[in-house]
Design a protein around this ligand. Sequence first.
Ligand code: SF4
Length: 354
Amino acid sequence: MTATKTEAATGDVVLEAENLTKHFPVRRGLRDLFTRDRKAVHAVDDIRLTLRRGRVTALVGESGSGKSTVARLLAQLYSRTSGDIRLHGESVTMHGGRRFRAYCRQVQMIFQDPFASLNPVHTVRYHLTRSLRIHGRAGKNAAELEQNLADLLSKVQLTPPERYLDKFPHELSGGQRQRVSIARALGADPEALLADEPVSMLDVSIRLGVLNLLRDLKERLNLAILYITHDIASARYFADETLVMYAGRMVEGGDSETVTQHPAHPYTRLLIESAPDPDRLDRVGDPREAPEDQAGGEPPSLIAPPTGCRFHPRCVHAMPKCSTDLPPRFELPIADAQQSHWAACWLYEEGAAK
Ligand code: SF4
């Protein structure tokens, strides 16, 4: 039996993915019917991650790198091609039914677009009541339900609750809609939240408020949070651990401060160099300031991904073995023995010239 939320200690493992892989078959054309070719999009390969109580893990990468696919696999919205997902150490294999609902109670997802994820013809009260009922937390009578609805809105700082309960999504701001989406996820009383770009569609001015809310929930409810983003700067601010993905594979990971301040993998360095930096504005246009990228920013095809290191067509440090051999994770030296830092790059093989 699993420990209750109050008993569980910060750092306890909630959800793990081991060698998680997802290939989407490509629909075959007429000509392909006469060949044995079975093409597939290699959306994610060999993903390993661990979500712990009271900690935020950021999954960072550019569009199409497979981050959202990882979240959907963990939410059981996609079936996996191979690999394992473990909740409290137990492998999870289910597609619908009672066990699926039990899993959803513990692992909830927050989507990128709060307007699309809320039904425009229903009020906040409807969305939250439905979540509470589905997860058996509506209470025994109308008074208890009303109290539970008010508690949910208070948790996401939409107060006083009566101001919001009977509003429709179009009557709320983007930030308020995302808070309602978060409240709906909390209706299940989950242990893990999978937040897929939760602030990328919000005005810049309200992003920080929603990130601060998630951080507050992480601490108060001891939640494990997966934070998916293309913005590595926000990962540094918000996440305890940062994992970097490129073309469906993880390329670097470690505590957020180390990964963002001392990036090891050439792709992570490129991501950081590409982020807007006011200190570099006066040097825009200077070729010496251009990020190191051999392919002009073009990510590879995931139907036929590059062999070896998938970053090799863009990497200015590529060596002959980079195009043939897949680099394993190399542990990197780090001052704090409690932390870890690794990079999947041949530059860190013992004896390699950096
Ligand atoms: Fe560049 Fe080779 Fe490292 Fe890949 S393994 S990032 S190609 S140096």
